[in-house]
Structure formats: C-alpha cells, structure tokens
Design a protein around this ligand. Sequence first.
Ligand code: SF4
Length: 449
Amino acid sequence: MFRKVQPMQIYMLLPRRNCGGCGVTTCLAFAAKLASGEATPDLCPFLTPQAKAKISMLTMPPVKLVSIASSTASIEVGGEEGLFRHDGGFRREARLAYPVDLSSDVDETMGIVSSIDSIIVERMDSKLSVDFYLVDMRGMDLDLVEDRLKILRTYTCKPLILRADSLDAYFSALRILKDEKPAIVVDSSMIASEKLTGIQSLEEYPIVVLVEDITILDEAKAKMEVIGIDRIILGVRCHDIGKLLRYTSVMRMKALEGDKRFGYPILVDLGGVIDHYEGLATVTVSLLRYSSIVVLPRFMRRECIEGLLVFKQSIYTDPKKPRIVDPGMYSVGSVSRSSPIVVTSNYALTFDIVRRVIKSSGVGCWILAIDTGGLSVASAIGGGRFTARQVVEAIQAYRDRVDLDRVPIIIPGLASNIKPEIEALGFNVFIGPIKARDLPMLIRSLEYR
Ligand code: SF4
C-alpha cells in the first residue's frame, strides 16, 4: 500500500535556515506541509534545483495529475493518494463529462449544449456544473469537424475530450482549438488497426486510452508509453456496474501499491447504458469508486445531473475540514438599520440554506454568521460554541450598520435557551424555527409588528 513520505525525509533535503521565507517559521514545519501536499517546493527560495527535483519525486502522488484545458478553464484530474476520503485521499473531486455527437443535427446538438451549460447549482459558496463535453467526431468529414467545432465554441467554453477515429480528425480539431489542451481519446479499434502513426505530435495533450476490458488496458497503454506519451488517462467503456467497480478498484489499489502501470487518472464512459436507474446507479458508484472523470449517459435528466453534482460535492468535501463562511454580518436583499438579523452558525451548508430561504422570502434581512469553527448550530450549542455572549459581541460589532435598540434579532430555534440572557441586555429577541424553511413566515410577520 502507498506509504506517504515522512516529513523528516524531506527535512533532510531542506536548507535548514529556519528563516520563515516559505510562510512557516521553521524548515521542519515546511517539510510537514510538503509531505501533506499543502505546499510546493517553489516556496523556499534557497532550494537547489536538485533538491527541488528530489522533493518533487518524493511527494509525487501515486496517481498522476493530468490537466485538460480550454482557453478559459483548466481542470486537473488525478493526483489521488488514498482509498478512502478520511484517509488523506480524495484530493481532487471526480468530474462529470456530457457526451455530444458532433455529427448530429446542429441545432439539436447546440440546444443540448446550451441546456447542459445552463445547469449551475449554487451550494456552499460554490457553483457546481458539468465540467467537460466528450465530443464524438467519429465518421465525420474533416471540414465538417472544423465547422462544427467552431459553432460549438460559440456555445460553450468548457474544456473538451475529443473522440475521433483518425489522427487526421484530431489534427483538424486542434487547428480550431488553438491555445487549448483538450484530451484525445485513443480507443481499442484505433490501437488495433495501428492508426497511430504521427501520434507523437500529440504528446502535449492528455491521451485517454479507452478500452472495454482492463485486461487489454495494460497492453494498450504500454503502446502509448513506447511511443513516448505519458500524459495518460486510463479509460474504461463499460456499463456493467459490477465489472466497473472491480476494474476501478483494482486500478486504484494497484496504483497505491506502486504499480506504475495504473498510476493514472481513470475515465469511465457508460457507453450504451439505456436503463435510466441503472445509469444513475452506475454513475453514483463510479463517483464513489474511483473515477476521475465520469461520462454521463446521454439521456440523463437535468434534475438527476443536479442531484449528482450535490452528491459529488458532499463526497469530495473533506470531513475533517468543514466548509465555513467568514464570521460576520451579511445582507440579503434590500436592508435598512432596522431589518431583522437572523443569527446562525458559520457552517457553510447551514449558512447557505438560511440565505436561500431568506432570499426566497423577498424580505431584506441581515444574516449574522457566528464563529462556531464550522460547526452546525446543534453541534456548536452542544460544544459551548454558540453562546449569548458571542451573539451579543458579534451584533455590537455592527452598531454602525444596525439600530441596536430596535432591530429584531432572530436566534435559531435550537438556541432558545440563550434568549433571556440576550434580552436582559436590552435586545429585541425572537426565537426562530427549528427548520430554516419556516423562517420566511416569521420574518414576514415581523414586518407588521
Ligand atoms: S524558506 Fe526554506 S530555509 Fe527558510 S524556513 Fe522555509 S524551508 Fe527553511
């Protein structure tokens, strides 16, 4: 199994001046950061190129990092070093790609692209969306490839994964996609028919070696390496959920054991899956185990994609590092000095839900996010991190924005026990509902008091 490099191994390669130039006070602390992947050697100005190279080798993750880029966005995949998200793994979230058949009716195709591009889920201060398009150009004339890609680029700027059946088609596509680094799919039929003469000129692009069975993946990938291509993504086209799980688990475990043949990001293409629920289940399993990119089935409905985006964010949120918002006062809608203040924790998900329901109420409000260290309200109360004193001090810090004598203060329903203490200091306090969805009713009722 993959053994992480020890900070002391790295420390021995550092200049040991303890000058603080890298942002931490000692070389040992910097070594610990390098070992955990939180820093890069470039931050120390005194490292020799040789030491830098050695440290980079030592800290290289067992799954290679590969990036796919358009002219406006670059997305890295891979770089994983664990089997479980609580085990230092799951560093880079799995990505979703949507398949587009470039040879189909152009209006219909661009309509699909517009619809997929419009899927944006705002959650926990992130905008979640589909990351790539897998553009199928097989069987197309080269002129048509160029025309359609030009049109596609007027509809979307997402990075692309290209699939063609000849290198000439790729060369045509790349003439249009100047300044981009799309991924190039080389499938088993191309490999078998030896249609790879000249592929060396594509070495700067990530190459997806796409096969139906991992027993031939090794051989296919070896051919790429012989050619000199090592920016590889291992692709499996399969919709059998059991087989996929076996394939991807074997690949990740082998990579962590140090088997270089499998130390690459994994792309899963569900291909011909036709059953809606089977497709959804297979995508879900692939996101959990261990795909870097999942190509969605074509029929997938908008609400399913939105659900998958939320699911994916939950899986790839480090449970040891809760997402937080900065503590402080936030306005929602049009506010005045006497608009209600809704008090909540600074756990991003709680804050997000509260903000969303207030926004939907159409009433201007303040949200006061208390510093609970990212704990939810219930956990913060249990841990003594949501007290009357904290609330009062936080409100008083904003006396320039709100009228402290008049402003209604809504505390969470779960924190009702702190109401008397806050009221005793002369504040106008209301106990909010247990569920955030009931907040708008209370807020509206305050307008008529
Ligand atoms: S900048 Fe380099 S020498 Fe200075 S503390 Fe950091 S690692 Fe040590």
